[in-house]
Design a protein around this ligand. Structure first.
Ligand code: URA
Length: 242
């Protein structure tokens, strides 16, 4: 499929008239109701511009990626079940609020997904985090499961699956199959990523119609090496080594 033209939108606070707002390329729209794209706010677009810039050095790349990851995790938590919960404030008045219900865990797809673990820990103290390593099998060129370490009671948990770049969807599909084979219902999995390709989103939403995806941006497409375009290059290299 040919990439559609990138959508351009005025982005800025309401105290500026539309004609005074700067324009920016924003996320492609999504046709699946299980997919949530973060609101395309000036803050998010500026953070994404930092990490997309090839001249951004590693320290800044880590700092700005972590800020986006935090936004994604906070949004992801909105998709978990809650129950009514009334508390009494220090001035003796009741407040009718909510409490989270159910146990959660994170599962990172190694290695890039590990960069998202701290963001989850920052929001959910002492959260259990499992890992899955999937790599391309040199003989078959297909993704292959090399390693997994998952909480033994994972079937009773909501799972936040973490991988920053959602390109073809091959590894994420395999990771979800592993989770389902361990008894996790599809509707209890939330896949959290920074940048997705339209191809990955479509593959995934068609294969797993009940699984929710939370992403910061759906990009234009994939290049001949399956890098997301315009993308940000290799996330793992930029976060861990460059
Ligand atoms: N993984 C990355 O790190 N970047 C891409 O563009 C695609 C997959």
């Amino acid at each position: 499929e040919k990439p559609k033209p990138a959508p351009v939108q005025c982005v800025g606070p309401e105290y500026r008239s539309e004609s005074q707002k700067p324009t920016a390329t924003v996320s492609t729209d999504v046709e699946f109701e299980t997919v949530t794209v973060l609101p395309q706010t000036p803050q998010l677009i500026a953070l994404l511009s930092k990490i997309r810039d090839r001249d951004t050095e590693r320290g800044d790349f880590i700092f700005y990626s972590n800020r986006i990851i935090r936004l994604l995790v906070e949004e992801g938590l909105n998709h978990l079940p809650t129950v009514e919960h009334t508390v009494t404030t220090p001035v003796g008045r009741p407040y009718d609020g909510l409490a989270f219900e159910g146990k959660i865990c994170g599962v990172s797809i190694m290695r890039a997904g590990e960069a998202m673990e701290q963001g989850l820990r920052d929001c959910c103290r002492s959260v259990r985090i499992g890992k899955i390593l999937i790599q391309r099998d040199e003989e078959t060129a297909q993704p292959k499961l090399f390693y997994d370490k998952l909480p033994t009671d994972i079937a009773q948990r909501w799972v936040m699956l973490l991988d920053p770049m959602f390109a073809t969807g091959g590894s994420a599909i395999m990771a979800v199959e592993v989770l389902i084979s361990r008894g996790v219902p599809e509707e209890h999995i939330l896949f959290i990523n920074l940048i997705a390709s339209p191809e990955g989103i479509k593959n995934f939403a068609t294969k797993f119609p009940k699984l929710r995806v939370v992403t910061a941006f759906i990009d234009q497409g994939l290049d001949e090496k399956n890098y997301i375009i315009p993308g940000l290059g290799d996330f793992g290299d930029r976060y861990y080594t460059m």
